[in-house]
Design a protein around this ligand. Structure first.
Ligand code: ZN
Length: 186
């Protein structure tokens, strides 16, 4: 298993539509394993393929409930209620913003063996599913912020970047752990 570089805001792939996975091959399963390794190293709770530079429609999630969730070609078939909470993203490190999401979702997807299943999520899991499915359609959490808040977030991002032009970042687990606290990055 390898820890992959994470693509950050500004990388075109984060804004592109993904391609549905036709067949779940061993190569796809290797990608899934690498994505889990990367997500854990970065102390995230969810990671979508475009965040590691891939265009397959798949995401991995572990919100700390002892489940390693793999969602291939996920489709949200039910969304109800509302919740608001602060959200972050492994592709926009250190930037947070309050986002309104559905309180409960049901998602239909394929698992790592290509078998269809349905999953219900509430609270953090519901938020995470919506955030990751958004990634698979080129959407980022900052898109939901008000114009003023988005402008502030982008200004902070530019400042943190200090002119850095690279569209990827290496995951350095210790460094990330240090400033990681209550906020979850997805
Ligand atoms: Zn994200």
């Amino acid at each position: 298993m390898s820890v992959l570089d994470i693509y950050v805001l500004g990388a075109p792939i984060l804004r592109q539509e993904t391609r549905p996975v036709e067949v779940v091959t061993d190569e796809i399963r290797r990608l899934i394993d690498d994505m889990f390794a990367t997500m854990y190293a970065a102390k995230g709770i969810g990671l979508a393929a475009p965040q590691v530079g891939r265009s397959e429609r798949l995401t991995v999630i572990d919100v700390g409930d002892d489940r390693q969730l793999v969602l291939i070609n996920p489709e949200i078939v039910l969304a109800e209620g509302k919740q608001r909470a602060e959200e972050g993203c492994l592709s926009i490190p250190d930037i947070y913003g309050e986002v309104e999401r559905a309180a409960r979702v049901v998602v239909r997807a394929l698992d790592r063996d290509g078998k269809p299943f349905e999953l219900e999520g509430t609270e953090l899991l519901a938020r995470c599913i919506q955030h990751e499915v958004d990634h698979l359609h080129g959407r980022l959490f900052i898109d939901y912020l008000s114009v003023v808040k988005r402008r502030a977030a982008l200004a902070k991002w530019e400042k943190l970047r200090k002119g850095e032009k690279s569209h990827t970042r290496k995951v350095v687990p210790a460094e990330v752990a240090e400033h990681h606290h209550r906020d979850e990055e997805l």
